[in-house]
Design a binder for this molecule. Structure first.
Ligand code: NAD
Length: 362
């Protein structure tokens, strides 16, 4: 078993912890968070772990093999530097830093170290993308030509934390910028982005971008957490639509199940399987096996995460430069925030108790 210390015990830290606790390969030995409420939750969830507000306790403990860095992007570079200096393998949330420059510094740090460092770019752990990419490799759709990705939900609102991660198109959209590049197997060449500043918020909270890759594949990506927040019954619209010269493959999901439809020249198939949330079970499994094997058996790498993050920032900047119109009022946003505070079943609801304590709004 590998001993892991967790730093940052909000929504993602807790999700990682749950998966680590059920895995036979991991032993959660430490949990660190500045929030007393988060530490109380940690103590309940892992009574045997050492719970602390001091991250250095984890870096200094020689029994810790791996450190999980699940706080926000602004604290990550220093924690990565401390972790590598202490000889720890690292399991990171994205983005790995707050600015593009700091992210590339992290790439250099990680790539000049002999430690293993994985990033939770969850699309790279998703069974449905693997099925579709195998189908493309089989030649079933002819030549890959068009990659279309959409992720719209009534999700994360402005002011709900994740300040350093930026607006929705960077915070969440970088996953889909990564997925399009993964399908194309090429680097971004040209793009044009359009955004909209919903509810008179300063930043665009919906962005659509289209463009080309170096190999001629074209793409469009739509991302927005603006999809019917006040609807009586909330819903979402998420898909991947892959078009080749001869066939197509697509995926939709309802957050419980994912449905893959394959329409190739020699094979037609529909596969419905569990969506698997953030695929953390897959990530912690492949990361543990990689550390034991001494080589990367398929976990997502820092460089890919940073390319996606940089492109997402640049696309967002383009949406702003192209004039993102302003629709709706600040009062609409307040109304949505008030509703989200009372919802118990919704999309990416914040861990309010912890946030309240941090911002002293209770
Ligand atoms: N890969 C994904 O799909 C995905 C999804 C959601 C969030 N994220 C990323 O995960 C990270 C955490 O997001 P979240 O939703 O869990 O946020 P959160 O606000 O729920 O939790 C963050 C936690 O970190 C703690 N914290 C803040 N500064 C700290 C520090 N210096 N040291 C230790 N703990 C500290 C906070 O007290 C809080 O408990 C973000 O970077 C976000 O971008 C990734």
């Amino acid at each position: 078993m590998l001993n892991i210390g967790i730093i940052g015990f909000g929504r993602m830290g807790q999700k990682f912890c749950k998966e680590l606790l059920v895995s036979p390969m991991w032993n959660v030995t430490h949990i660190c968070d500045p929030s007393p409420e988060a530490r109380r939750t940690a103590a309940k969830m892992v009574p045997d772990a050492l719970i602390t507000f001091d991250e250095d306790v984890i870096f200094a403990d020689p029994s810790v093999d791996v450190v999980g860095l699940f706080a926000l992007a602004d604290s990550r570079p220093e924690q990565i530097s401390k972790g590598l200096a202490a000889g720890k393998h690292l399991l990171l949330e994205k983005p790995v830093a707050e600015t593009i420059e700091a992210e590339w510094d992290v790439v250099r740090m990680v790539e000049s170290s002999d430690r293993m460092v994985a990033v939770n770019m969850f699309n790279r752990s998703a069974w449905y993308h693997k099925v579709i990419m195998d189908f493309i490799r089989e030649g079933q759709i002819g030549e890959l030509a068009i990659v279309r990705i959409c992720h719209m939900t009534p999700g994360h609102m402005p002011q709900e934390g994740h300040g350093p991660e930026g607006p929705a198109f960077h915070d969440c959209g970088m996953h889909y910028v990564d997925a399009a590049r993964m399908y194309a197997g090429s680097e971004y060449k040209t793009f044009h982005a359009q955004g909209i500043r919903m509810w008179s918020h300063t930043d665009p909270w919906w962005v659509q971008v289209h463009g080309t890759f170096d190999n001629g594949v074209v793409f469009d990506i739509t991302q927005g957490f603006v999809y019917g927040h006040m609807a009586e019954q909330q819903t979402h619209n998420c898909y991947v639509d892959i078009i080749g010269t001869k066939g197509i493959a697509r995926m939709t999901h309802d957050f419980k199940n994912a449905t893959v439809e394959l329409h190739g020249t020699g094979r037609t198939e529909k596969i419905v399987k569990e969506f698997g949330d953030k695929k953390i079970d897959v990530l912690v499994d492949v990361f543990a096996r990689s550390i034991i094997a001494g080589r990367n058996l398929g976990f997502p790498q820092v460089r890919d995460s940073v390319v996606a993050s940089e492109m997402a920032w640049r696309m967002l900047d383009d949406a702003v430069a192209n004039g993102s119109p302003c629709i709706g009022r600040v009062e609409d946003m307040d109304e949505i925030m008030t509703r989200r505070r009372t919802l118990s079943n919704g999309y990416s609801l914040p861990v309010w108790k912890i946030l309240d304590e941090k911002t002293d709004k209770r």
